[in-house]
Design a protein around this ligand. Structure first.
Ligand code: UDP
Length: 384
């Protein structure tokens, strides 16, 4: 399988699959893609539940959204999208609120009926009370945006559960993923392009990897075959950077997730795709109900069956799946050491969310793979 091989991609998630597709279709070169799981798609994977026909995102909800024209055009070659627009609700002390924080959240929470211009001033005053001008961590950043009370209700408990640490010990960037709005716009994302692949992520990945020059090998662990890779082969590795180098500078920290699945004989259990749970004493962070991602599958949607899934955050230890990098200063420094080590190996490219130790969404991973492919192409053409 590896004889005379020029390109090996490790990991069949978005990052690896896009690079493999480009190498096969643009360079007309054979590329082997290996993944230790028995399906492609990494953590984006979805398939249909046998009993109900509901498309289930096996590693938690994945809503495709992007502002990159280039990424949208690229991915639309491999799938059509439905018109799903993501909205999130959050439960706090038995009441349901809109998330991200918008005018409805503020009015419901404070029992007010503010107009947008009044809400802007109100939130500014709340935020100003703490007198934080240069936020140094997630807590300070959140308070400087929304004030202590909204922070304590909607952010502190959820964030502690999600990251299992004090929000004071987390980087401020994490919270800037969430907008704060003074109008009634309840959209979770502000990108112009959004949707769920019509036939699911499994079908999307089967298309992405269908080029005859792509040799997909599932259930193959890189660490068991690495001795067989010819030294001239370019390895595009989308796994965890620390594991690649046998943890020689120590492990990088990751967050993992655990899911509890439940099938119910009900048409609709929670009325929406994602319900967050903000209270610190509710052990899970959110509940997914997957049929809401495909209202266009009318028969499945109307049926008397539904599938829900409780999401629990957990510390990553080897053997679990890595989901989120913990990008504090110490971990980032350690990652830099791995990066320097990788720079000494011209045939190894660290790619993707895990290889780059970055909290990227799917579109960012695709964008980076498209950019990376241009570098690979240049090197390849210069060699030829
Ligand atoms: N967050 C929060 N309350 C919520 C939703 C999100 O405090 O109801 C914070 C939390 O720190 C989380 C971050 O915002 O890690 C980013 O949330 P997002 O929904 O973007 O996370 P993802 O879907 O990638 O897990």
């Amino acid at each position: 399988m590896f004889e005379n091989l020029k390109f090996l991609v490790v990991g069949a998630g978005f990052s690896g699959s896009v690079i493999a597709e480009r190498i096969a279709s643009q360079l007309n070169e054979r590329v082997v893609v290996i993944d230790s799981r028995n399906h492609p798609g990494g953590n984006s994977y979805s398939d249909s539940d046998a009993a109900s026909g509901i498309e289930c995102h096996r590693y938690g909800s994945h809503i495709f959204h992007t502002s990159f024209d280039k990424v949208w055009t690229y991915i639309n070659q491999f799938t059509q999208f439905n018109h799903y627009q993501h909205k999130v609700l959050t439960t706090y002390q038995g009441h349901v609120y809109q998330m991200p924080i918008n005018l409805k959240t503020v009015n419901d929470f404070y029992g007010l009926n503010l107009k947008p211009f009044e809400a802007q001033q109100f939130i500014q005053e709340e935020a100003g009370k703490a007198g934080i001008s240069k936020p140094r961590n997630l807590e300070e950043k959140a308070i400087s945006l929304i004030g202590e009370k909204l922070y304590a209700a909607f952010i502190r408990g959820y964030t502690r559960k999600q990251w299992e640490r004090d929000p004071k010990d987390l980087p401020p960037e994490i919270i800037t993923r969430l907008p704060v709005r003074s109008n009634y716009n309840a959209d979770y994302f502000k990108d112009p392009f959004q949707g769920i692949p019509l036939n699911g992520y499994g079908a999307l990945f089967r298309n992405l990897l269908s080029h005859p020059k792509i040799d997909l090998r599932l259930g193959v662990d890189y660490f068991e075959i690495r001795d067989r890779i010819p030294s001239s082969c370019t390895i595009i590795y989308t796994g965890m950077a620390d594991q690649f180098f046998d943890y020689c500078y120590g492990p990088l920290e990751w967050r993992s997730l655990r899911f509890e699945w439940e099938s119910k004989d009900l048409q609709d259990w929670q009325g929406t795709a994602v319900m967050n749970y903000a209270d610190a004493d509710v052990p899970y962070t959110r509940i997914h109900e997957f049929k809401h991602y495909h209202p266009e599958r009318e028969e499945v949607f109307a049926s008397g069956k539904t599938v829900i899934c409780r999401e629990y955050s957990q510390t990553y230890t080897p053997g679990k799946e890595a989901y989120y990098p913990v990008n504090n200063a110490e971990n980032n420094r350690r990652y830099e050491q791995y990066l320097e080590r990788a720079a000494l190996m011209p045939n190894v490219i660290l790619a993707g969310r895990l290889g780059n130790y970055r909290y990227w969404d799917m579109d960012k991973a695709i964008n980076n793979s498209l950019l990376l492919f241009e570098q690979i192409r240049e090197t390849f053409e210069n060699r030829a």
